[in-house]
Design a binder for this molecule. Structure first.
Ligand code: PXG
Length: 479
């Protein structure tokens, strides 16, 4: 019997059920790792290699800090996974869940029924979202949100009698989730390779990634405009009568915090209007204050027809996703019979109660305003002051409390490192060992801390990031 199998026996037979809670907090790191390796398949991971090195076990969190099972205090530069906007340990959210579980832990919203939490949440979202967004459909994740988007888009065009409008245009290196629809919409080649089949009629255009993909002497504005115009070319290729929608993240999150220049979104909007194509903003990362606006499309100044929401909707305390419908889309869906889509947990009362408590904190504590006027500008300036002339930093992107640092072999010549991703991994490991959580996407180092972070904590993140980037340069022999 292998060591791992013995661990299974230990859990299943030696632990009375009542003590499992206590046992969860009392195991040693080695025991946790052995059990994790024995039974848990992690998302997006090479499990063989992870099981050999062992995962870091996170056991508690408060504010912007995490603690691991060896009692290391780690500053979370990624808000969990771009989601813990109000920070960890907010009792208001725990109380809301507890109260709602006692009052009405579940009821569905399918068969002519509804309940107070989902009603109140919808009214609150209508108050917080821009003017034309007054209707919301609920699900459990961003991926399901984008599945829902596809369903709404196709139902919308059916109600308009335009049945040939079936194609959805998305972008390479966009991320829209990991269900089959989300993965197809996304433009991650390594995900497409492992998908057994894809959703039909989804095509991709190039992303507005200036540092990595601009040729010649184009300015960022000229490049962004050219990339937006690829949408027009693609529509003309497919035929406008066949194109239903364009979907994009206002800024690409998982793709590397790629912020398009100011020319990009107005051009996308113009093209969508000209050819009568629905414009979908995937706000799963950008929504709920990340850029200093409630929604990232407001930062970029455009008006989508649909918005996908998740993550910051509940600050990740419980899973919930949603789609916001512009009035003109909502009207078509509402007035045209059955919409045959729904999930058991659409509008789950506990998730809705937590979302309400979360949104009220963001609103009443003026957290989003603070990101816009105070901590966001401070964070952006600090990063730029610290890294502007660093020998391996080629670009600093971002606004509010989200940023991307491009690691580059020759920053001035916009030359990236060969073997994309290797240097990012080195840098990420230095961050990890320095008790800073920073995400690496290829050779871009990403930050997206909780929105409640204060200036001292920002200083700590930036100085730890600087140490990690310096150590990376040193390891590469660049000074
Ligand atoms: N849209 C966007 C823009 C996202 O960032 C999703 C949809 C899917 O949401 P769910 O809740 O189904 O995961 C996301 C998720 C990363 C990373 O490595 C990013 C996400 C998820 C997991 C990892 O940066 N974003």
């Amino acid at each position: 019997m292998s060591y791992r199998t013995e661990e299974v026996a230990y859990v299943q037979t030696a632990q009375p059920a009542a003590s499992v809670q206590a046992a969860q907090q009392q195991r040693s790191t080695a025991e946790y790792r052995a059990l994790d390796a024995a039974h848990h398949i992690h998302p997006f991971s090479d499990m063989g290699s992870l099981n050999r090195s062992g995962s870091r076990v996170i056991v508690k969190a408060q504010g912007v800090y995490l603690w691991d099972s060896d009692d290391n205090k780690i500053i979370d530069g990624m808000a969990g996974l771009w989601c813990v906007n109000v920070g960890y340990g907010r009792k208001e959210l725990a109380d809301a869940a507890y109260r709602q579980m006692q009052e009405l832990p579940f009821y569905n919203t399918f068969f002519k029924t509804t309940h107070p939490p989902v009603i109140e949440l919808s009214a609150l979202l209508a108050e917080l979202a821009p003017e034309p967004f007054n209707h919301f459909f609920y699900c459990n994740s961003g991926s399901e949100g984008n599945d829902t988007v596809l369903r709404i888009v196709h139902q919308y065009w059916a109600t308009q009698g335009k049945h040939s409008k079936k194609f959805v245009i998305s972008r390479k290196n966009g991320y829209h989730g990991s269900t089959i629809a989300g993965g197809t919409l996304g433009g991650m080649g390594y995900m497409h390779e492992q998908m057994p089949s894809k959703v039909e009629n989804i095509v991709h255009i190039d992303q507005p990634y200036f540092f990595g993909e601009a040729q010649g002497n184009l300015t960022p504005e000229e490049f962004a405009l050219a990339r937006a115009q690829q949408l027009e070319a693609k529509i003309l290729e497919i035929g406008a009568d066949n194109v239903a929608a364009f979907i994009g993240e206002p800024f690409q999150g998982a793709g590397g915090v790629i912020f398009p220049a100011s020319t990009y979104w107005p051009e996308i909007q113009r093209i969508c209007s000209k050819y009568d194509i629905l414009l979908v903003a995937d706000e799963v990362i950008g929504g709920f204050g990340r850029t200093g606006e409630w929604f990232a499309h407001q930062h970029f100044g455009f008006e989508p027809d649909l918005i996908t929401l998740a993550k910051g909707l509940t600050s990740g305390y419980v899973p919930m996703g949603a789609v916001g419908l512009h009035d003109r889309v909502a009207k078509a869906i509402i007035e045209n019979g059955d919409f045959n889509h729904g999930l058991t947990y659409s509008g789950h009362p506990v998730a809705a109660a937590v979302a309400i408590a979360n949104l009220k904190l963001l609103r009443d504590e003026k957290i989003v305003e603070r990101v816009k006027t105070d901590t966001g500008p401070y964070f952006q300036k600090k990063l730029r002051d610290t890294f502007a002339n660093h020998p391996i930093i080629g670009e600093i992107s971002g606004a509010g409390l989200v940023a991307g640092l491009q690691l580059a072999e020759d920053p001035k010549a916009r030359k990236r490192f060969a073997n994309g991703g290797e240097v990012g991994t080195i840098c990420r490991d230095f961050c990890f060992n320095g008790n800073l959580i920073m995400r690496a996407t290829g050779d871009r180092m990403l930050l997206s801390p909780p929105l409640v972070i204060n200036k001292l904590e920002i200083d700590e993140i930036v100085s730890k990031a600087k140490k990690a980037v310096d150590a990376t340069a040193q390891q590469l022999g660049i000074s």
